[in-house]
Design a protein around this ligand. Structure first.
Ligand code: A3P
Length: 345
């Protein structure tokens, strides 16, 4: 009898123990998921030492529900009025650099519940015709958002266009400016690859990269070639610094955004005074694409379009070395000005 009772007790203890262990394992496995699915937990406890802005809980709750609908154009006027939604001018702009990873950066920042992206490149400040349409036209191009969210747009042509710094300054002299850079020679080849693909699509022939990047008369680097000029980051930045102090810029490492995006995104969150909300859960490596892709929640994830991450043509190594030597002094200056040091050759 006693033996039977002990066996029963052992059995019950075993069942209870299994249940407890199972629950703990489940909670551990789900904690990241829950965090993303229910972004309504208190954010106060997550403040960075910089004491970033508080984001109302309502904002976090609605971000992926209502705003998703809004972006698809499904919001009614009533919803806009009811939820106090507004089209806001950007509080931060990704101004460049073309082929630095500007799309990946914008999409990844959009994972943050307090960020709303302008999906299209607006080209307001670099295109005279658009600029002449005025600031209300620009605002009208922005997505709807809650007042406490920040809107971000990206137009990489801004970085290299002469008139843009002054125009942006006139709109908002305290705007935050993001610049994503890659090793300059790789960026130039990426730039070339994009143009080459465009030509091939139209069945047109195009010069080899080597022919464009090197002046055949002098055998020196051809600084008239746009893909080379764009990679002289310091030259462009110096124009911007006539209007904005260096503290208003944040430099993103585009090469690291490819291989290990989270730390770069966390630096941007900090720069934008946002609580840290993007986590490893939101980024997963897709072996087929060869890049990190985005996970918004348990059902919605996406990779960037195939036009991002093209295979570059092989370039004569002596030309690569020549370009790297050419960019070297400009890179040193860029590190000095920005305080961000890269291991570029
Ligand atoms: P490549 O096509 O040379 O590989 P941009 O958006 O400014 O045009 O930059 C395009 C570059 O973003 C691509 O250059 C690619 O390497 C880079 N990139 C960074 N993260 C990426 C990601 N997660 N998916 C696809 N491309 C990414």
């Amino acid at each position: 009898m006693l033996f039977k009772q002990q066996a029963l007790l052992r059995q019950r203890l075993f069942v209870l123990g299994s249940l407890a262990i199972g629950s703990v394992l489940y909670l551990v496995a789900r904690v990241g998921t829950l965090d993303r699915l229910q972004p309504i937990c208190p954010i106060e406890g997550r403040l960075t030492p910089h004491e970033p802005e508080q984001i109302p809980l309502r904002t976090l709750q609605f971000k992926r529900g209502l705003l998703h609908e809004l972006r698809k154009g499904n919001a009614t006027k009533e919803q806009i009025r009811l939820h106090n939604l507004v089209q806001q001018l950007p509080r931060a702009i990704i101004i460049g650099v073309r082929k630095g990873g500007t799309r990946a950066l914008l999409e990844m920042l959009n994972l943050h519940p307090a960020v709303v992206k302008a999906s299209q490149e607006i080209h307001f400040f670099d295109n005279d015709q658009n600029y002449a349409r005025g600031i209300d036209w620009y605002r009208g191009k922005m997505p709807f958002s809650f007042p406490h969210q920040i809107t971000i747009e990206k137009s990489p042509a801004y970085f290299i266009t002469e008139e843009v710094p002054e125009r942006i300054f006139k709109m908002n002299s305290s705007i935050k400016l993001l610049i994503i850079v890659r090793e300059p020679t790789t960026r130039a080849i990426s730039d070339y690859t994009q143009v080459l693909e465009g030509k091939e699509r139209k069945n047109k022939t195009y010069h080899k990269f080597e022919k464009l990047a090197i002046d055949t008369n002098t055998c020196e680097v051809n600084t008239k070639y746009k893909a080379v000029r764009t990679s002289i980051y310091t030259k462009h930045l110096e124009r911007w610094l006539k209007y904005f102090p260096v503290e208003q810029f944040h430099i993103v490492d585009g090469d690291r955004l490819i291989t290990d995006p989270l730390p770069e995104l966390q630096l941007v969150e900090r720069f934008l005074n946002l609580p840290s909300r993007i986590s490893q859960y939101n980024l997963y490596f897709n072996a087929t694409r060869g890049f990190y892709c985005l996970r918004f929640n348990i059902v919605f994830n996406k990779c960037l379009a195939g036009s991002k991450g093209r295979i570059h043509p092989e370039v004569d190594p002596s030309v690569v070395t020549k370009l790297q030597k050419f960019f070297h002094p400009f890179n040193q200056k860029f590190y000095q000005i920005t305080g961000r040091i890269f291991n570029w050759p």
